[in-house]
Design a protein around this ligand. Structure first.
Ligand SMILES: [Zn+2]
Length: 213
């Protein structure tokens, strides 16, 4: 899916004359890593008022999509915060449409996330970054301990606050085998709250094996 630019009027916070701008209304992070970096850096849809020269974010609706990360975020305008219930309803409808048309070949099986304003999107992406760094450390430590590494289904890992990568138990594994493998990697000295949490959950009675890619 391609990123999409729209045109619209921007209203300066200093109440200057509104002016036309081009802004991103759909960001496909996988295809446009520059736009992902801009969203993380707070520069996405940053515009400058031609009258007073101040910079501000164009506050329009935006969809942020990162297919490999299984992350679909609907970013609503800050000023629509009080309309949240109806926006969430519309988001569900839009999601169903997108899922069954534009993104049909992706077989999306994870729900969208919604936030208000680009600052909140930035927070979501920052948490993603932290989680990715931690997951890479888990993968490296697992390999160093002689384990294979499996990638958990990203939307599942995010939902449960698990790392994106975990050590793979040998053979036909049970949830407890995953817990044991995680425990061994943690004993090697790795500090990872997410792997610790994964170990806890996998050792619970009735735990099922995690979905992997
Ligand atoms: Zn202005």
């Amino acid at each position: 899916m391609k990123s999409i630019k729209n045109q619209g009027a921007a209203c300066c916070p200093h109440h200057c004359e509104p002016f036309d701008v081009e802004y991103w209304s759909l960001v496909s992070a996988n295809q446009d890593p520059d736009l992902k970096a801009a969203a993380l850096g707070g520069e996405l849809n940053l515009v400058q008022c031609p009258t007073c020269g101040c910079f501000f974010h164009h506050d329009g609706n935006l969809i942020y999509f990162d297919a490999p990360a299984e992350l679909l975020v609907f970013v609503f305008s800050q000023k629509d915060r009080e309309k949240e219930p109806e926006l969430l309803k519309r988001m569900q409808q839009d999601y169903e449409i997108i899922k069954n048309t534009l993104l049909k070949q992706l077989h999306m099986d994870y729900p969208p996330v919604s936030v208000f304003g680009l600052d909140s999107l930035k927070t979501v992406l920052q948490e993603e970054e932290i989680s990715s760094f931690e997951s890479e450390a888990v993968a490296a430590s697992s390999a160093a301990q002689g384990f294979g590494v499996v990638r958990l289904k990203p939307s599942y890992a995010r939902k449960h606050h698990f790392p994106y990568y975990v050590p793979a138990p040998a053979g036909k594994a049970t949830a407890l085998d995953y817990a044991v493998a995680a425990s061994k990697v943690l004993k090697s000295g790795l500090q990872s709250k997410r792997l610790r949490h994964f170990e806890d959950q996998m050792s619970q009675e009735g735990a099922t094996i995690p979905p992997t890619l």
